[in-house]
Each structure stands twice: as structure tokens, then as C-alpha cells.
Design a protein around this ligand. Sequence first.
Ligand SMILES: [Zn+2]
Length: 205
Amino acid sequence: MNYYSKLLVFVLVIQSCAITKGSENTNVVEAVKMQQAVLDDDLFYKIIKEMDYENSIDWSNGRLDYVNPEELSNYSNNGSWLIDQYKTVGVYNIDEVFLWSKWNPFSSTTAVTNKCIKSTKLNKHNLDRTKYSILNTLIHERVHSFCVIHPSQQSKGQECDPSYIVGDLAQMLALYRDGKDLSAFENELCDGLRSKLLKYNILTK
Ligand SMILES: [Zn+2]
């Protein structure tokens, strides 16, 4: 490879890794706005509380290792702490959402959020999806901004992880409120979440 070809490859790689603003994608802008309706939805909190009370949220395997234990000890359970984070710290504003391209365009990674960092990066290769699905990612990633982690990067088998539960719950509530067909929901649901959605008639079967 001559000098100019090498330079071209270098420039292309750098460009594809470049981080840009979330505001440049209309679906991302929509999804960021939709987060507020989740925060205003009593069912969002009620379902988290009930699931936590029934021990259907998996907080094990070091998921809370980076959360300040003193802070956590002020709450009777982890679910109440999480709810309080959404109520006090809140969700992402558009300036905290960035876009970047993962080096592997075939990766299923939707986003990366460093634990305890108040911004997130969505993978540009995985933005060809609905605003509801992007909303799911934002609500999920926010849990990592609150310092909660999960042991594996695969959603499969982690459906009852707190971040997956709140993301899926937010997406289901948004679809339901907009009168959309919930059977088109593409993720496996945590059993505990499925029973709550049935209980509150958000899912019918
Ligand atoms: Zn995650």
C-alpha cells in the first residue's frame, strides 16, 4: 500500500469512529423527548416497586458494586433508590447523547455508557430502528449512568437485570400509550415484567 492509500484508510477509520451529536438524528431527538412521558407515568414506578418487592429484579453479581453503599442504605430497597435516581437526576437531555460508529458494523451493540458517567453514546450502525426501541436504549443506559452495571454485554439471559427491565418497561408503556401493536415487541421479556404488564392490561396475552 502506498502512502496515499494508507492515509486514505486512516482517514476513513478515523471518520467512522468520530463522535457526533445525538441531535443530528431525528429518531434520537424524538426518543430523548419521549423519556419525559416515562418519568410522568405512575405505572413505571409502580411496576418497578412491585417487581422489586417480589424479588423479580436481579441485583446480584456485582451490579451495585459502584453505587455508593451509604446512599443505597438510605432506601428500604434497591428499586426505591433507582426510582429516586430517575426522579432526582432525571433522564438524558439531548446534549448528553452522542453518536459513534463501533469498529465492527455487524455488532449488535446499541450503545455504550461508562459507569457513573452522565452521558451516553449510541452506535450509529444500530440506529435504523423505531423511536420506541431507541427510548428503550436510553432508559436502559441511564441505569449505567446511575453506576449500575451488568455482568455480561448480552441481553439474552439478563432479561431480569434492572437496566433491561426498565428499558423494556419504558418501551412497552410508550407503545401502549400510543396505541401501537405490542405483539411486535422484539425482545424477550423478564417473566416478572410480563406478569405485571398482563396485570395492568398493557399486554393481553
Ligand atoms: Zn447495559
